[in-house]
Design a protein around this ligand. Structure first.
Ligand code: SF4
Ligand code: SF4
Length: 111
């Protein structure tokens, strides 16, 4: 199990669309990342639903991919960049877009 490539928005390519968000791919064996504001690496996800439990704005829904239970960030546009999902995820499958606010949010909290 590998963690999500946190630089995927620069190093992967948005090759498809699904449920209103981009689907990113890289090499054939690296699988798919769904979402641009909130990225979920489907191969890293174990479908534990902890992200959905902590998300205050219901970004995630359960999704079946390659016969496995995962989540899909179907409401990524509602994200408020609280990072609760990243903290809760046991497999580091999620990367919230830092340029949209997470670093700013962290800096604001730390400052
Ligand atoms: S950062 Fe917060 S609001 Fe955004 S998807 Fe994660 S838990 Fe939900
Ligand atoms: S917390 Fe992580 S492993 Fe669990 S369902 Fe969400 S993305 Fe998948």
């Amino acid at each position: 199990m590998v963690a999500i490539d946190r630089d995927y928005r620069e190093s992967w390519v948005a090759t498809d669309r699904h449920a209103g968000h981009d689907v990113w791919t890289c090499n054939e064996n690296d699988g798919q990342i769904h979402g641009t504001i909130v990225g979920v690496h489907l191969e890293s996800c174990i479908g534990c639903m902890k992200c959905q439990d902590v998300c205050p704005v219901d970004v995630f829904i359960a999704f079946e991919y390659d016969n496995s239970a995962v989540v899909d960030p179907v409401r990524e546009k509602t994200c408020i960049f609280c990072l609760a999902c990243e903290v809760a995820c046991p497999t580091e499958a999620i990367a919230v877009q830092s340029s949209m606010g997470s670093d700013d949010t962290l800096n604001a909290l730390l400052g």
